[in-house]
Design a protein around this ligand. Structure first.
Ligand code: HEC
Length: 112
C-alpha cells in the first residue's frame, strides 16, 4: 500500500511541475526582432514592452499593457529604460530597443 501512495505522489508531482511554465516567449508569443529604423507601435513597441516589462507591469503599477497606458507613462518609461532602473532586477534593454522606443516618442507616439 505504501508503495502505491509513493507512486501516486511521484505522478502527481510530475503533473504539477509539468504544468508550470512562465517563459515570457510562451506568455507573450508576439515578440518580433528589434528594428531601430521602425517605430510601429503594434508590431514592435508593444511586443517589446510585453516581453520586457509586462511580466511585472501587467499587474504592477504603472500598468503598461495597452497603448493608452504606455502613452501616458512613456517619458518615465524611457528614463527608467535608459538609466537601467527598469526592467527591475533584469538585464537592461539593448540599444536597438531603446532607439526604437525613442523614435516612436519623437514621432508623436502614434498608435500605428
Ligand atoms: C521584475 C519586475 C519588473 C519588471 C520586469 C519591470 N518593472 Fe517597472 N517597476 C517594478 C516595480 C516593483 C515598480 C514600483 C517600485 C519602483 O518604483 O521601484 C516599478 C516601477 C516602474 C515605473 C514607475 C516608477 C518609476 O521608476 O518611474 C516605471 C515607469 C516602470 N516601472 C517602467 C518599466 C519598464 C519600461 C519596464 C520594461 C523595460 C519595466 N518597468 C520592467 C517592477 C518591474
Amino acid at each position: 500500500m505504501k508503495k502505491y501512495i509513493l507512486i501516486f505522489f511521484v505522478i502527481i508531482s510530475f503533473v504539477v511541475t509539468s504544468c508550470y511554465n512562465d517563459k515570457k516567449e510562451t506568455l507573450f508569443p508576439s515578440l518580433v526582432a528589434c528594428d531601430s529604423t521602425q517605430y510601429l507601435f503594434k508590431t514592435y513597441i508593444l511586443p517589446m514592452i510585453n516581453s520586457n516589462c509586462n511580466g511585472c507591469h501587467n499587474n504592477q503599477a504603472p500598468i503598461l499593457n495597452s497603448y493608452v497606458n504606455i502613452e501616458i507613462n512613456a517619458s518615465s518609461m524611457y528614463n527608467d529604460i535608459v538609466s537601467g532602473k527598469m526592467p527591475q532586477g533584469g538585464t537592461p534593454l539593448d540599444d536597438c530597443s531603446k532607439k526604437m522606443f525613442k523614435k516612436w516618442m519623437d514621432h508623436g507616439m502614434p498608435n500605428n
